[in-house]
Design a protein around this ligand. Structure first.
Ligand code: SF4
Ligand code: SF4
Length: 298
């Protein structure tokens, strides 16, 4: 079954890893050990985001699968007063629903064919990918998958499928990070440190511009670089240099003005609504409305 699953995933340029389900308790303990200050995935953990009790709730679970799929970097290209303005959207945000749908279809087809069930999970996907050998950490705290760099989306699920051959690798940073450090230098808020994949979440821009509310005073207006999130430690990385990963969408400046001046998402024109929905950004509407002003300095 695994070979067939791999072949089907290859058709959407995806790869997968697998870990023995009961090892998620080791991940839980490790995350608790590191506390809440330096690990992006821990931030959710503190809000009881992850469910490590799935093994108690469903005794038939044997394996956790983790799938990596390339995720493009989008640019909204706007012409304004004879200038070209590129509004960046980092990978992961853009094609979320397409990826989920594709993986769901392929997984459903293959697992059912062989008589296995699959179950949704809420687990720290980056760590799963690393322990499964699918990915390695970069110095920027992101996971890098061969052939995709960090421009990838991870999807995890559980199954009653049992393998004879599980992988469990100690997390390591990519060897190339040792002599590079470009992401550390390029981080505007100094949230990264040479030689460690831990990100200081109290300084990372993503932690602020994905939330509603005012930005803290120390966050310099000029550090904003994306419609949502931040691309600085990814776009500089030599592992992310393939051009096919960038999709440019031309839009009118009037559409930007419309979003800024709107009161709520439902009042937007059908065109603007579709633009945000197609990019899976409708759930970030209120943040985007605020972030654009910072990005354009208006
Ligand atoms: S920019 Fe350099 S140091 Fe940072 S993740 Fe990429 S290879 Fe590693
Ligand atoms: S996402 Fe931005 S702020 Fe966060 S570590 Fe990377 S460069 Fe720094």
């Amino acid at each position: 079954m695994l070979q067939e699953y791999s072949t089907e995933l290859e058709k959407i340029n995806s790869v997968f890893g697998i870990i023995e389900a009961n090892r998620i308790l080791e991940i839980k303990n490790e995350m608790a050990l590191y506390g809440n200050s330096y690990f992006l995935e821990n931030n959710h953990y503190n809000n009881d985001y992850y469910n490590f009790d799935i093994l108690k709730e469903n005794k038939s679970i044997e394996s956790i699968f983790i799938v990596a799929t390339p995720s493009p970097f989008y640019i909204l290209r706007v012409k304004h007063n004879e200038n070209i303005i590129d509004i960046k959207i980092p990978p992961i945000y853009g094609n979320r629903s397409d990826i989920l749908e594709n993986i769901k279809n392929i997984t459903g087809k293959i697992f059912i064919k062989y008589g296995f069930s699959t179950y949704p999970v809420i687990l720290p996907k980056k760590i799963l990918a690393i322990y499964s050998g699918l990915a390695q950490y970069g110095n920027n705290g992101l996971v890098f998958v061969k052939g995709m760099g960090s421009y990838c989306r991870l999807t995890a699920f559980a199954s009653d499928f049992r393998s004879n051959n599980y992988t469990w690798l100690k997390p390591e940073m990519m060897k190339s990070c040792k002599s590079c450090g470009k992401c550390v230098k390029n981080c505007p808020s100094k949230a990264l440190k040479n030689g460690t994949p831990w990100v200081n979440i109290n300084k990372c821009i993503v932690e602020f511009n994905e939330q509603d509310g005012k930005f803290p005073n120390w966050l310099n207006d000029e550090w904003h670089n994306c419609l949502i999130g931040c691309i600085k430690c990814q776009e500089i990385c030599p592992h992310n240099k393939k051009e096919w990963k960038t999709i440019i969408i031309p839009i009118e400046y009037s559409e930007i003005e419309e979003i800024i001046n709107s009161n709520n998402f439902t009042n937007l024109s059908e065109y603007s609504k579709k633009l945000l929905i197609d990019l899976n950004l409708d759930r970030y509407y209120s943040k985007i409305k605020r972030n654009i002003k910072y990005l354009l300095g208006i």
